[in-house]
Design a protein around this ligand. Structure first.
Ligand SMILES: [Zn+2]
Length: 150
């Protein structure tokens, strides 16, 4: 009679995939960096487009905190289901963290108009005389038309 090994014991040499019931895959991990057997490693890398759709569907182009929160929630779901590699999930979570922090940085930007049409690289409005001089040379557009209203 064969002794049954307890499923609660986690074995790092075995594939890291877990079933919905929490049982660890019995195959050996083929690649130490991914921690998955060839079967589950192939399953992880199969469908990039599905991940893209799931992670960006409600992300609001990552332009607000709520959109990033939705994307992180979708990432959590994929990771909890074992459908995305821990390495890829970590990279995406880190990028999400940077995106979230950059939103705050944008709000606190001292020179938000720097480099925009009608503004110098330092964020100072270009004096109308300077614009006229450029217009006389025929090389510039009207800054009033290209300037975004705030
Ligand atoms: Zn496996």
């Amino acid at each position: 009679m064969k002794a049954k090994s307890p499923d609660s014991i986690f074995t790092p040499a075995r594939c890291q995939h877990r079933t919905a019931a929490g049982r660890q895959c019995r195959s050996l991990a083929s690649d130490p960096s991914s921690g998955f057997c060839p079967h589950h490693a192939a399953y992880l890398d199969d469908d990039h487009t599905d991940f893209l759709a799931a992670l960006t569907q409600k992300a609001c182009r990552f332009q607000n905190a709520q959109g990033i929160n939705h994307s992180l929630g979708a990432l959590y779901t994929l990771a909890a289901q074992g459908r995305i590699s821990p390495r890829r999930a970590s990279v995406l979570a880190y990028i999400s963290s940077l995106l979230l922090r950059s939103l705050t940085a944008i709000d606190n930007d001292l020179y938000p108009k720097a480099g925009r049409p009608g503004f110098s690289p330092n964020g100072e409005p270009i004096v109308q005389d300077d614009v006229d001089a450029i217009d006389d040379a025929g090389q510039s557009e009207d800054p009033a038309k290209s300037q975004k209203p705030n």
